[in-house]
Every structure is written in structure tokens, then in C-alpha cells.
Design a protein around this ligand. Structure first.
Ligand SMILES: Nc1ncnc2c1ncn2[C@@H]1O[C@H](COP(=O)(O)OP(=O)(O)OP(=O)(O)O)[C@@H](O)[C@H]1O
Ligand SMILES: [Mg+2]
Length: 302
């Protein structure tokens, strides 16, 4: 299922109170890929993803979600099937939890879409196991949990519904390093199963490691929409203009390039970067690119 946004403007509020947030957005979210959405705080990322399952309707333009076309005229009752196809883990997971116990919270989605109690319980338990949630806490109130555990419950709530498309708004926030690693593996395994994944993230290393394609938002407009390698091949000055960091390995690579190092492509991992640097420290290679290594280790063009 492809999601296609055309000519979309969005403003919160109406009339004089109206605040434009998204302007002339034209993007397609490709099936079976991980699309990352990045941009400075307040650039409109969370507002944009809420159009993907019609939690917010466009002020102008259309959002086509599979066979459903959503405009500002679309009635609420037409939106239910979309919610089954596009699941969303919100930026603030506590806003999405509501049931008296963890298990009931995660069972709610499948039950709402027609599963029996038994089926819903099975789906909920499988999803909770998959996100590494402690089984002894199933009967706890979701509101008594730590931030990281709440986020796991919110993740499980979406997994249990098994939607074709899953949207994660800053899912790593509140997770410890091990939890973040598990989350990365979860998102990769969802893609491997053919799911469409949309990920909002401030962590550029995570975006580099995971995303196939990246959308960059700036002040509510699309500043870039391209494959991840193409994006991170842009000059450092472009990222500074967007108020975005670079992934660590790429930042280091770009600094070396400024000093005269020449790389064949992007070094996405530390081992890749180390290998590429080692290659350049080979004297024959250095001579062939017309550079010398000075005493302080800098490569200088002659
Ligand atoms: N419910 C709302 N009512 C009015 N304005 C809102 C509402 N939600 C967000 N905004 C405004 O819309 C703009 C975009 O907000 P949004 O939350 O989409 O940005 P974001 O890119 O997700 O930011 P962050 O990185 O901080 O999560 C901001 O100026 C914000 O203040
Ligand atoms: Mg946000």
C-alpha cells in the first residue's frame, strides 16, 4: 500500500486563529521501505505523520492511503478502515495508553477490529514478548510504568493490530542503549516482513543505519526527499542550514574530505570508515591521488 500526499496544506485552528504548519507537501511513502522523517523541532514532523492515518485531515490537498482518499471533506466514519491499515506510535506514549492493565491496553486494538478475546490476548502477548516487555507486569496499570516500559506497551499496541504500515514518532526516546538497539532490530525485522515503516528521529546515526529514504522538513515544507545515501552526500553546510546534525561517521568522513582525503562512497559504519582510511594511508594510493601525509597526519594536496 502506497501513501501519496498531494498539494497538502495544513493549519491548526480555523479562521483568524488558524496557524499554517504544513505547506505544499507532495510526497509518496513507498511500500516495504523504511522512510525516515527528520527536521528541526517544530518543523511539522508529528503533524505530517498524523495525516498518514487521517488523525488530522488536510486543510487543502489530498492524502491517498491505499484505496482511500482523504480530503478536508472526508467524514469521520469513513476513516475507521484507515486506522486498521496504518498504526501509529505517538511521540508521547502516555497519551496513547488508557486501559486499566497493560494486557487490556494492548488487547484493545485487535478487539476493536473484530478479534475474539482469546485471539486478542494471543496477539497482545506475542506483541509484548516481541518488544521485550516483562511478563510479570501484564496486570499492572500502564500508568505506573517507567517511560521506557510505557513506550514498549505503546509499541506492542500497534504491533498487535498488525497493520501494513507502522508510523513511529521518536520511538527511541526514553529507551536505554540496549532498548534502542532492540528497537532498531525490531524496525528492521518489520521491514524484512514487508511492512512499510515511517520513522521520525532526531538521531542521525539511527537514520543512517535504518532508513532507505529520508524526508527533510523545514518550516513545514519538504527540503529534501531522497535515498539516504544521496541525502548524507550533501555538503555539511546544507545540514547546518537545516539545523541538523550529521551521523558521526559521516561528519568525520566529511572533515577528512576537507583535508584532501578522497572516498569512493559514504562510510556508513566505523569499520567501513576505518577500512577506507587505511586504504588512503597506503603510500602508493596517496601518491596516486596527488597528496602527501604531513607529520601531523593531515593529507595535503600538492
Ligand atoms: N495541537 C496543536 N495546536 C496548535 N499548534 C500546534 C499543535 N501541535 C503542534 N502545533 C504547532 O505546529 C508546529 C509543528 O509542530 P510539530 O509537533 O508537528 O513539530 P515536530 O517537527 O514534530 O517537532 P518536535 O521535533 O519538537 O517533535 C509547531 O509550531 C507547533 O507549535
Ligand atoms: Mg514531533
Amino acid at each position: 500500500m502506497v501513501i501519496k500526499i498531494e498539494g497538502l496544506d495544513f493549519a491548526y485552528g480555523a479562521g483568524k486563529q488558524s496557524v499554517p504548519v504544513l505547506k505544499n507537501i507532495n510526497v509518496t511513502i513507498q511500500k516495504g521501505m523504511i522512510t525516515a522523517i527528520i527536521g528541526q523541532t517544530g518543523s511539522g514532523k508529528s503533524t505530517l505523520v498524523q495525516q498518514l492515518n487521517a488523525l488530522l485531515k488536510p486543510t487543502k490537498g489530498t492524502v491517498q492511503i491505499g484505496d482511500h482518499v482523504v480530503t478536508n471533506k472526508t467524514k469521520e466514519k469513513e476513516l475507521a478502515p484507515i486506522r486498521a491499515e496504518v498504526g501509529m506510535v505517538f511521540q508521547f506514549p502516555e497519551s496513547q495508553l488508557f486501559a486499566p492493565t497493560v494486557l487490556e491496553d494492548v488487547m484493545y486494538g485487535p478487539k476493536n477490529f473484530g478479534a475474539t478475546d482469546e485471539e486478542a490476548k494471543k496477539a497482545a502477548e506475542t506483541a509484548l514478548q516481541r518488544v521485550g516487555f516483562d511478563a510479570t507486569l501484564y496486570e499492572q496499570s500502564p500508568f505506573n510504568l517507567s517511560g521506557g516500559q510505557m513506550r514498549r506497551v505503546a509499541l506492542a499496541g500497534v504491533l498487535a493490530m498488525n497493520p501494513q504500515t507502522m508510523v513511529f514518532d521518536e520511538p527511541a526516546a526514553g529507551l536505554d542503549p540496549q532498548g534502542q538497539e532492540e528497537l532498531l532490530n525490531l524496525l528492521k525485522s518489520l521491514r524484512d516482513e514487508g511492512k512499510t515503516v515511517v520513522l521520525i528521529s532526531h538521531q542521525m546515526d539511527q537514520v543512517l543505519a535504518l532508513a532507505d529514504r529520508v524526508l527533510v522538513l523545514k518550516d513545514g515544507e519538504i527540503a529534501a526527499d531522497e535515498p539516504v545515501d544521496q541525502l548524507f552526500s550533501r555538503p555539511q553546510s546544507w545540514f547546518a542550514e537545516q539545523h541538523l546534525d550529521l551521523p558521526e561517521t559521516i561528519a568525520f568522513q566529511k572533515q577528512l574530505e576537507e583535508k584532501g582525503f578522497v572516498f569512493d562512497g559514504l562510510c556508513k559504519t566505523v569499520p567501513d570508515l576505518a577500512k577506507a582510511i587505511k586504504k588512503q594511508l597506503d603510500p602508493t594510493k596517496i601518491r596516486s591521488i596527488g597528496s602527501t601525509i604531513s607529520e601531523n597526519g593531515e593529507a595535503n594536496h600538492e
